[in-house]
Structure formats: C-alpha cells, structure tokens
Design a protein around this ligand. Structure first.
Ligand code: UTP
Length: 306
C-alpha cells in the first residue's frame, strides 16, 4: 500500500457545534457536550480517549454559546490554589486531569449547524494534508482499552480509512449510518458501501457507524461539494461513501460498550453504568437503585389491590 495512507494520526476533530435539541431545555444555554456522565462532562471523556490514543492536537468545531467547552480545559488558578491550600489533593488531581497541554487546543467555528459533514469540513485548514480522527462527544465507549486506541492499532496495520461499528437491531437501522461489508466478519472488514439512515428492509447490514472515525484528508474534497443528504444536512457518511472505491476503507468491531448520550435514555443508561462501575460510589448507587425499584413495585402492588 501507498505509505502515504499509513501516516500517524496526530490530530483529532471534535464536532461540538450542534444545537442539542433533544436535551432542551437543559441545553438552552449549556452545551450538550458539557452534560456530565458521572464526574466529568462528555467532552472530557472523549478528550481522555483521544489522549490515550496518542493524539497531540485537539481540534474543536464550536459554535455560538459553546465557550464553556474551551473554558473547561483551561488552567483555573483560583480553584487550584484553593484546593491546594485546603489540602484537597485528590480533587486537585481531578481538576488537573481536565487541563489541555499548552498549545494543543485549536478552535474553529461552524457558523450554522448544517450537519456533521459540514462541521468536519470546517476543520480542513486546521487538519491540513494528513490523516486525522473524528470523535463524536455524545457517544461514549466504556472499554478497557479506549476505542480510538484500538482503532489506531488496527490502522497501523491497514492504513487508509477506518470506522468503528457495532450491531444494532434491524428495526432500528433508520436511526444510524449503516455499513455494507458484503458479509465479511474479519477484524478489519472492507467497506463496500455506506447508507445514512436506511429503512430496515433496505439496510445492507445491521452494522452501524458509532461516531469514531480515522479519515484520510481526501475526504475534504468530497465534503466541499456541500451536498445535503438525509434530514437536509451535509452528511459525513455521504462523503465517506465516495472515498470507498478510491482508497482502502475498513470497518472495525471494537471491544467495549457504546452509549448514545445524545438521547435521554442513552444518557441515563451511561450515567448509571459509569456510576455503578465507580469504586467510590458504585455500591451506594446499586443500593439506591434497589430502593427505588422496591418503592416503585411496592406502590404498583398497592395500586393493584385498591
Ligand atoms: P448530533 O446530531 O448528535 O447533535 O451530532 P445535535 O444536532 O447537537 O443534537 P440534536 O439532534 O439536536 O439533539 C453529533 C455531534 O456533532 C455535532 C454535535 O455538536 C454533536 O457533538 N454537530 C452536529 C456539529 O458540530 N455540527 C452540526 O451541524 C451537527
């Protein structure tokens, strides 16, 4: 293979300019990506995943009302001084874990939320002519080894373009980008086609794109056509579909469990899963859940008797 298609992944794009309408009114002022899962906001979870994968430059595609996202990664001297003077070293460590290394954060704006494809296109000048990763902050992946690290390891072998996928129920294919792998089930499945939100009867498989991508810079030429697709938005899936026959393109099943934190149910599920797995509070959370459940079933049986 052309060694140009195996260059290391140093940059990651985080599209954070969406409106988060599914979380209104919570997201009227606060960015969706700042909603916390357990003790840290969504954006910090994905930042940590990218850092684990060796990413050196973090490119945020932001929009109006999103300043809080860059603030979150800044040095907060008053807070750190206060924690230091009170001897709260654990808390201090937690605060420091959300600091961006100097010179590593890059920001650009998407003036209008025209779709994920458009948001990624906005990163073109920052990415330049090299391969890069894209992480959707509203998708969390609970895994021993971060999903992007798993991808970077596989990419080192195969190069080209690589997307993480997982199986979804056939009845739900119309909610996702679906991959056609021609029935291949290997570690790196060659992608033959990609369809955005197909009806279950038209879906080429039940493998959905989950929001982690490694892409070659040639994607920008396709995004620049600004063609609208499903939902009237400029879709990343459509531009990726055009790369398929021109460059190696693989899909990878990852080890771990994904949570769609852009939906209320997925967000609640993720919060429960992350809290239950937390060594400090997991036991108490389990007890509280048991109590809530008992309370509800108790009430239900009283209702049934009366
Ligand atoms: P989503 O479609 O899940 O986010 O996009 P949204 O549009 O904000 O959410 P709803 O549907 O209105 O509730 C996935 C990611 O892509 C970003 C979002 O901020 C989110 O992190 N995005 C989406 C952009 O940056 N620009 C866009 O035009 C669309």
């Amino acid at each position: 293979m052309n060694t140009n298609l195996k260059r290391p992944i140093r940059k990651a794009v985080f599209p954070v300019a969406g409106l988060g309408t599914r979380f209104l009114p919570a997201t009227k002022v606060m960015p969706k990506e700042m909603l916390p899962i357990n003790d840290r906001p969504l954006i910090q979870h994905v930042f940590e995943e990218a850092r684990e994968a060796g990413i050196e430059e973090f490119l945020f595609i932001t929009g109006r009302h999103k300043n809080m996202l860059e603030e979150h990664f800044d040095f907060q001297p008053e807070l750190e001084d206060t924690l230091k003077s009170r001897g709260k070293t654990d808390m201090l460590e937690k605060v420091k874990s959300s600091e961006m290394p100097a010179g590593a954060l890059f920001l650009t704006r998407q003036p209008r939320p025209l779709g994920l494809g458009h948001a990624v296109w906005c990163a073109q000048k920052l990415v330049g002519d090299e391969p890069f990763a894209v992480l959707l902050p509203d998708v969390l992946i609970h895994a021993k080894t971060g999903c992007l690290k798993q991808m970077v390891d596989l990419y080192a072998e195969y190069g080209g373009n690589l997307i993480a996928v997982e199986d979804v129920p056939r009845a739900e294919t119309s909610k996702y980008g679906i991959v056609d792998t021609g029935g291949d089930h290997s570690a790196a499945m060659p992608v033959k086609g990609l369809v955005e939100k197909p009806n279950p009867e038209d879906a080429p498989s039940t493998l959905s794109v989950i929001g982690r991508y490694i892409l070659q810079p040639e994607i920008f030429a396709h995004l620049a056509a600004f063609e609208t697709g499903a939902g009237g938005e400029i879709q990343l899936t459509d531009a990726m579909a055009r790369l398929i026959n021109t460059q190696p393109f693989h899909a990878m099943r990852f080890d771990g469990k994904s949570y769609d934190c852009g939906s209320r149910l997925g967000f609640i599920e993720a919060n429960l899963a992350y809290a239950l797995a937390d060594s400090e509070i997991g036991g108490d959370v389990q007890r509280i859940l048991g109590e809530i459940n008992e309370n509800l079933t108790g009430k239900a049986s009283i209702k049934a008797v009366s």
